[in-house]
Design a protein around this ligand. Structure first.
Ligand code: F3S
Length: 394
């Protein structure tokens, strides 16, 4: 790979030990994937933030590089942490867990990273532009930025995203290249999709079928950004889809080549089958919305449904701190809290330790959450649409 003089200096250790170590990682990745050069990135999103995911070794690594002077060069956001960073006590997150989580956040802050923990950075102030090169790591954020915004990122690991943040560049391969963004399979959707969970079910089913291919959807009549984020998140979870196109809806759909593609179809029965497959439990002892993190529109919808009601069991809606603040201003937080629900910021049902908080069966409307909750959080899952989930808690 061609390196500039400046990059050679980093590799030779002239910019310090930490830079050298992290840059070496980027060069190695570039060599593996046959990149010709490094390219500057406009922003970064780093995964591997929850103490539950990275434990003591990850925490010590972050503290070590922060102490040695690692500082980010570009706008960098974080994936959800393991708890609400402000109200963790109120929501019952364990104190020893909180202590370690706060150490992690301190290390990130020292590096100059915006300590806003969210998988929807594009709703919270980190919005890339069309064709901008970025290095993001959370799979649903990667899918959304590639597919719905038309920015360009590979699915980075936590360390390679951190390396890109600190070096300000990434290797130019994979989804950074136009020729690698072409669809590789056509998906004909022959069913009407109404709820966000329908998009999650579609995504989960297709992810299983196509693995890491690039689907080109036809037949989706309309979809808002919440529905597209649900679709992409589920496909990235059950498969490894990092980019998809939707005819007449996503920005690159008109530009890519769809000639001669193999095609599959999906109808009502596959969607129904997916709802059944993902539902392993009977009655949820908690319902959690907001995977990926909820938008203001999703919170407003939930507030409408809970207005004047009383919940029998806990209902959470997970979101970013910024969206929660907007929800507070709009009075949505008050309505939801009065009904007995909570808007939880900075974390989510998968990366927080809900299995240690007494919950065994979780209700979700997210295909991605339904995919991970059994393995990551030892939960039975009730996968349903928002109306059925809310109805069941009243
Ligand atoms: Fe986000 Fe957690 Fe879902 S990180 S995409 S809310 S599993």
């Amino acid at each position: 790979m061609h390196l500039t003089k400046e990059e050679e200096k980093i590799l030779n250790g002239e910019k310090g030990e930490v830079m050298e170590r992290l840059f070496r990682l980027l060069v190695r990745l570039g060599d593996i994937y046959d990149a010709k050069k490094m390219i500057p990135v406009g922003s970064v999103q780093v995964a591997g933030v929850s103490y539950k995911s990275i434990g003591d070794p990850g925490t010590e690594f972050l503290e070590d590089i922060a102490f040695k002077g690692a500082r980010v060069k570009v706008l960098t956001y974080l994936n959800p942490a393991g708890m609400d960073l402000e109200d963790w006590k109120k929501y019952g997150f364990p104190a020893d867990f909180a202590k370690n989580q706060l150490r992690i956040m301190d290390a990130f802050k020292k590096m100059g990273i915006v300590v806003t923990s969210t998988c929807t950075p594009y709703l919270a102030g980190n919005l890339p532009r069309f064709r901008e090169h970025i290095a993001w790591s959370e799979s649903s954020a990667v899918s959304f930025s590639n597919s719905v915004i038309g920015a360009r990122t590979n699915r980075e690991g936590g360390p390679s995203a951190l390396a890109a943040a600190i070096c300000g560049v990434t290797a130019n391969y994979g989804l950074h290249l136009w020729e690698r963004r072409q669809p590789t399979i056509k998906v004909n959707v022959k069913v009407d999709l109404n709820f966000n969970s329908d998009f999650g079910a579609l995504g989960w089913y297709i992810g299983k079928q196509v693995k890491n291919k690039i689907p080109y959807f036809t037949g989706i009549k309309n979809a808002n950004t919440d529905q597209l984020k649900a679709l992409g998140a589920a496909m990235a979870a059950s498969g490894a889809v990092a980019l998809y196109h939707v005819e007449d809806i996503t920005p690159e759909a008109d530009l890519v080549n769809t000639k001669g593609l193999e095609s599959i179809s999906i109808g009502k029965s596959e969607i129904k089958e997916t709802y059944n497959l993902l539902s392993t439990g009977k009655t949820p002892d908690i319902v959690i919305f907001g995977c990926p993190h909820a938008s203001l529109r999703e919170i407003s919808t939930l507030a409408d449904k809970l207005d004047g009601k009383k919940l029998k069991r806990p209902v959470w809606i997970c979101t970013s701190r910024m969206v929660k603040e907007a929800a507070e201003r709009m009075g949505f937080n008050e309505i939801i809290t009065k009904a007995g629900g909570s808007i939880i910021a900075d974390t989510c049902m998968v990366v927080s330790p809900i299995e240690n908080m007494g919950y065994k069966t979780t209700g979700v409307n997210s295909g991605k959450a339904a995919n991970y909750l059994p393995g990551f959080c030892k939960q039975e899952v009730c996968f349903a649409n928002i109306d059925d989930l809310v109805e069941g808690q009243l």
